[in-house]
Design a protein around this ligand. Structure first.
Ligand code: IPE
Ligand code: IPE
Ligand code: MG
Length: 259
């Protein structure tokens, strides 16, 4: 684990992989008597900021939940807005991301997306494929249950066609066949806006993630908010089912076995 000092002198732990449920654009706008569209637009400003801050802090993987499989139940005009903003973001920011050495990966289903969006997503992935800096995973048209279902279908097909033995299926193979294949599990899943749920995000990958819920709406999530969250992460004791090093010295078994 890497540590850094926040400007206020507190210790932040830097996650290798930070995943964010960017929530609260609508309420942010509502409180300001603005339209939801304006809230989403301000959300994109916060996206630019988090990418720059993640690079600056040396975070290796940043996953951003931008559009869920369940967000199709929103009014068509809002869906159009969200898709329009994704297009705008890629069109406007792809060159900058490339210059920042960011590798873009999109996780989610391409089904139901219009051809021009798919082409843009492909372009972003292809252009930045060989970059070695921050890996930016954009979860778009993403749902964890859909991801798991697709993985099961894929593996079942491999078994059906004889390319895979059922007994060879193990945790690492499953992880490999998810959209996030090759990416380590998130150390932190952070959700803004005060809601405390996963909303179908990274169900498999979240097995040992630390959850951090902050009250501020996504458009207000700035460097200071990020630093506070990383200070909080630094206070967590991740045991992964074991015992922490401090506790180990106190357990009778450890004493008996000489530590
Ligand atoms: C997050 O903000 C953006 C997306 C889900 C696409 P919301 O649009 O969910 O904002 P609230 O939760 O209604 O405030
Ligand atoms: C989760 O937020 C999805 C994204 C942030 C893209 P929602 O606003 O859609 O989640 P619920 O409906 O409050 O659970
Ligand atoms: Mg919401």
């Amino acid at each position: 684990m890497r540590f850094a000092k926040s400007p206020s002198g507190k210790t932040m732990a830097i996650p290798r992989h930070l995943a964010i449920i960017m929530d609260g654009n609508g309420r942010w706008a509502n409180e300001r008597k603005l339209t939801r569209t304006q809230g989403h637009r301000q959300g994109v400003v916060a996206v630019r900021e988090i990418v720059t801050n993640a690079i600056d802090l040396g975070i290796e993987y940043l996953t951003l939940f931008a559009f869920s499989s369940e967000n199709w139940s929103r009014p068509p005009s809002e869906i159009r807005d969200l898709f329009g903003l994704l297009k705008l973001f890629i069109n406007k920011d792809l060159a900058t991301l490339h210059k920042q050495n960011v590798r873009v990966r999109v996780m989610g289903s391409r089904d139901g997306l219009e051809g021009d969006i798919v082409a843009l997503l492909d372009k972003a992935e292809t252009l930045t494929r060989n970059n070695s800096g921050l890996v930016l995973m954009i979860a778009f048209n993403y749902g964890a249950r859909q991801e798991i279902t697709a993985m099961v279908q894929h593996l079942a097909h491999e078994v059906e066609t004889g390319r895979l033995k059922a007994d060879a299926i193990n945790e690492s193979l499953i992880a490999q066949y998810l959209y996030s294949g090759g990416v380590p599990d998130p150390d932190v899943i952070l959700r803004t806006s005060g809601e405390q749920r996963l909303s179908n995000f990274l169900l498999w990958q979240a097995a040992y993630s630390e959850f951090i819920f902050v009250d501020c709406y996504w458009p207000d999530f700035d460097r200071n908010q990020l630093e506070l969250a990383l200070v909080e992460f630094g206070c967590r004791n991740r045991r992964f089912g074991g015992v922490s090093v401090d506790e180990m010295e106190l357990t009778p078994n450890a004493l008996v076995s000489g530590g």
